[in-house]
Design a binder for this molecule. Structure first.
Ligand code: ATP
Ligand code: MG
Length: 569
């Protein structure tokens, strides 16, 4: 492609609305343009990368034996009512009406539609196992669309769904997808990690996420330094302390703590460690009740773990100030445990404390020397905190380290979550009707492009991993409007590389060298060739890889062989 005929300009200034680097670079280099919140157009340069990602995914899905299809974006509400997600999914589900006032949704995912296909077309175990996939637009009305295509409202997903007659076959199909995903992310040239995950709104029991490791990632992932245990922090178990709780030594005592509202203020005032205090959070219960969740002062509540506990509303919601006052007699910030009349879950680490400090259910007062059983009865111990760096690994070997990641893929063993309510059954070998076992497997296709940039950039721009770069080579001709020699050599080179099937971006613009170099670096094309008068005097061209600090010269008549020798094998 000739840059002189490409109408999209790069931007020097960083667009104000872009908070993260990948978003800034995608806008500046003209890969995408914003239409509205969470809605983006892919411009030609961006689309080239997107299609390379799609090609890798398609090849590996096909290799794994999955069958490609395409399902409608717009789906009838009836299917979502059958699966009960019409009421369960919440405001991320965009609901729309047609001209006859019939309800539809803009598909955030396609379990219902594929299960409808399965129940119509799959009749016998002989047709199984089977895996259908599509690469298609999804809509999720995200609360906070942000970071460009990383968390958009409309985005492209590769979603696959497998059907099986029994659980053993499901496990096999899931394993095959795990392997396919490993090949896909390896082939894109990204550094990634597979981690255990929570299943979220999709449901099911076993699930794993694939994360691109990047310091700016939205997710925290915990992994052991002693073995291959790795989990999303949401799902990483925090083990109970190994030592038993010691016996109470202090009497219960009420102390005035004027102005101390946070744990830090309280700990400083009492001259104790935050780890000797507990935080009591009042959340909504499932019925017309509230529930108290207790974690140590130096720990963080894990909402995903807490909302799974019996009696706790899912998704987790803090109780309103009014309901806190009604349940505890005090406003949020002073809530304590002694005399509290509601269900209490204490994190294992909080439950292991003796002689600790908590609120007194009274403004500006706290209790010291508090002890479980003696002063607070009926609390249930549970794992409700985030694991921390240095915690023993739940695998029993090593300690946890925490890294940041961007979720680019998620695989689930759904079991019969959709086939049962939607009555998708087949005849098994014995001739009995059995509900299908199902797996589902997603990849954030558009998100991969942003994640690749988060992981691969420097202060000058993008550094594309070679397999997904929009072009392999950028050919920069300097002062070609002044030098016919430069123009001739560059034109010849462009034709020769193109004829050899190499994807070349040819900078034949009438622009200053500085502008051309800056754009080449911003665009992040891996291999750069420079044609300039000075080099040609000595019969030389200049080469530099986007990751190199220095250029090298090589004989001009040897360009094709030279550039080929620079490509990754
Ligand atoms: P997240 O926790 O990031 O919201 P999710 O768990 O809701 O993701 P899945 O339902 O598993 O996502 O969807 C499959 C994949 O689609 C995700 O792994 C992610 O890569 C991608 N994805 C999900 N939501 C978005 C979004 N709003 N914008 C871009 N990609 C997305
Ligand atoms: Mg989501």
């Amino acid at each position: 492609m000739r840059l002189s005929q490409y109408p999209i300009n790069t931007l020097k200034e960083t667009p104000a609305e872009a908070e993260v680097l990948s978003h800034q670079l995608m806008l500046r280099s003209g890969l995408i343009r914003r239409l509205a919140a969470g809605l983006y157009s892919w411009l030609p340069m961006g689309l080239r990368t997107l299609q390379k990602v799609e090609r890798i995914i398609r090849e590996e899905m096909n290799r794994a034996g999955a069958l490609e299809l395409v399902m409608p974006v717009i789906q009838p509400a009836e299917l979502w009512q059958e699966s009960r997600r019409w009421s369960e999914y919440g405001p991320e589900l965009l609901r729309i009406k047609d001209r006859h006032q019939r309800d539809f949704v803009a598909g955030p995912t396609h379990e219902e539609v594929i299960t409808d296909i399965a129940r119509r077309d799959l009749k016998s175990y002989r047709q199984l196992p089977v895996n259908f996939y599509q690469i298609q637009t999804k809509f999720r009305d995200e609360v906070r669309p942000r970071f460009g295509v990383m968390r958009a409202r409309e985005f492209i997903m590769k979603d696959a769904y497998s059907f099986h007659v029994d659980e053993a076959s499901l496990r096999e199909g899931y394993r095959a997808m795990y392997d396919a995903y490993t090949r896909i992310f390896t082939r894109t040239g990204l550094t990634f990690r597979a981690v255990r995950a929570d299943s979220g709104a999709i449901g099911g029991d076993v699930s794993q996420e694939f994360h691109v490791l990047a310091a700016s990632g939205e997710d925290a992932i915990a992994f052991s330094d002693g073995d291959d245990y790795a989990a999303n922090l949401e799902a990483a178990a925090a083990l109970p302390p190994s030592e038993p709780r010691r016996a109470p030594q202090q009497p219960l005592n009420k102390v005035a703590t004027p102005g101390a509202r946070t744990i830090e203020e309280l700990a400083r005032f009492l001259k104790i460690e935050p780890a000797r205090c507990v935080k009591t959070l009042i959340v909504e219960g499932t019925e017309d009740t509230v529930v108290a969740l207790v974690v140590r002062g130096d720990h963080e509540l894990n909402a995903v773990k807490a909302q799974k506990l019996p009696g706790v509303a899912n998704p987790l919601r803090m109780a309103s100030a009014e309901r806190v006052v009604k349940a505890t007699g005090t406003e949020p910030g002073y809530v304590g445990l002694v005399g509290l009349r509601c269900r209490v879950y204490a994190d294992h680490s909080a439950f292991a404390l003796a002689d600790f400090v908590c609120g007194a259910n009274e403004k500006d007062m706290h209790l010291t020397g508090v002890n479980w059983d003696r002063d607070v009865t009926g609390a249930v111990a549970a794992d409700i905190r985030n694991a921390l760096e240095g915690d023993p690994s739940p695998s029993g070997r090593g300690h946890l380290k925490i890294a940041r990641g961007i979720e680019v893929g998620h695989i689930f063993q759904l079991g019969r979550k959709y086939s049962e309510p939607m009555k998708a059954v087949v005849l098994d070998e014995a001739g009995h009707e059995v509900p299908l076992y199902m797996g589902c497997y997603g990849i954030g296709v558009t998100r991969i492009v942003a994640a690749a940039i988060e992981q691969n950039h420097d202060e000058r721009g993008i550094i594309w991993p070679e397999p997904i770069a929009p072009f392999q080579v950028v050919l920069v001709a300097l002062q070609l409007q002044k030098s016919t020699r430069v123009r001739e050599v560059a034109e010849r080179l462009y034709a020769e590389l193109a004829a050899a099937g190499i994807e070349v971006l040819y900078d034949d613009r009438d622009a200053r060298p500085g502008v051309k170099f800056a754009d080449a670096e911003l665009l992040g094309i891996p291999h750069r060739l420079v044609v300039a008068e000075r080099g040609l005097d000595a019969g030389k061209l200049e080469y530099r890889h986007r990751r190199d600090a220095q250029s090298t010269e090589f004989p001009a008549d040897d360009a094709l062989a030279f550039i080929r020798s620079r490509f990754a094998p």
